[in-house]
Ligand binder design. Structure first.
Ligand code: SF4
Ligand code: SF4
Length: 188
């Protein structure tokens, strides 16, 4: 092939490939765009997607089943028990370690820890990957009310018990007095 033929072959190839490319562009130009403008737009996420966890704190009983089930110990929790009620201090999940396996979700007896559909997780600070799943610290308002009610009931029960014991002691003392009086009248 001479240099001139080679030159014209290159020109023909360039025009041909440009037209093929423009043909593909033209085909998509008439179609609805499929590009999603993330993060302003998002594709629908399936319900069973294993995203960032969320906790239904009111239902949680601090049983540690989720933490024990986690193969890499990412879950830690701390709460103080007041009878049946819980005062929450922390419930953290370390996403530097989490592998999104969902093994923490299945053993929960109250079905209160879930994996959501949120996945965006960007930070320059590693400490931000330790998430506290609590929606409130301390005690829930309802729990406080229940605790006060329970304490009142307990106090009333204790007072009733004391009063009963006092009454029984008085009856025994009276009976002892009566026996003593009878004995002294018989002696006389
Ligand atoms: S998803 Fe898996 S690794 Fe992450 S906290 Fe749950 S059990 Fe642990
Ligand atoms: S297993 Fe469920 S109820 Fe138990 S501590 Fe974990 S989230 Fe709470």
């Amino acid at each position: 092939m001479t240099a001139v033929t080679h030159y014209f072959k290159n020109v023909v190839d360039s025009v041909k490939t440009t037209l093929i490319g423009l043909g593909i562009t033209g085909k998509y130009l008439l179609q609805k765009p499929i590009t999603v403008q993330y993060p302003d737009e998002r594709l629908p996420i399936p319900n069973r997607y294993r995203g960032i966890h969320y906790l239904e704190q009111e239902k949680c009983i601090d049983c540690l089943a989720c933490a024990r089930a986690c193969p890499i110990d990412c879950i830690e929790m701390d709460a103080v028990r007041h009878g049946k009620e819980l005062e929450w201090i922390s419930f953290t999940l370390d996403y530097q370690k989490c592998m999104f396996c969902e093994l923490c979700v299945y053993p929960c007896p109250k079905d209160c820890i879930h994996m959501g559909t949120e996945f965006a997780f960007v930070s320059y600070d590693r400490s931000e990957f330790v998430h506290d799943l609590l929606s409130y610290r301390g005690m829930a308002r309802d729990a406080k009310v229940r605790m006060v009610e329970a304490e009142k009931k307990k106090k009333a029960k204790e007072e009733a018990k004391k009063a009963k014991e006092g009454a029984q002691a008085a009856v025994v003392a009276e009976a002892a007095d009566d026996e003593g009086e009878e004995a002294s009248s018989e002696d006389a």
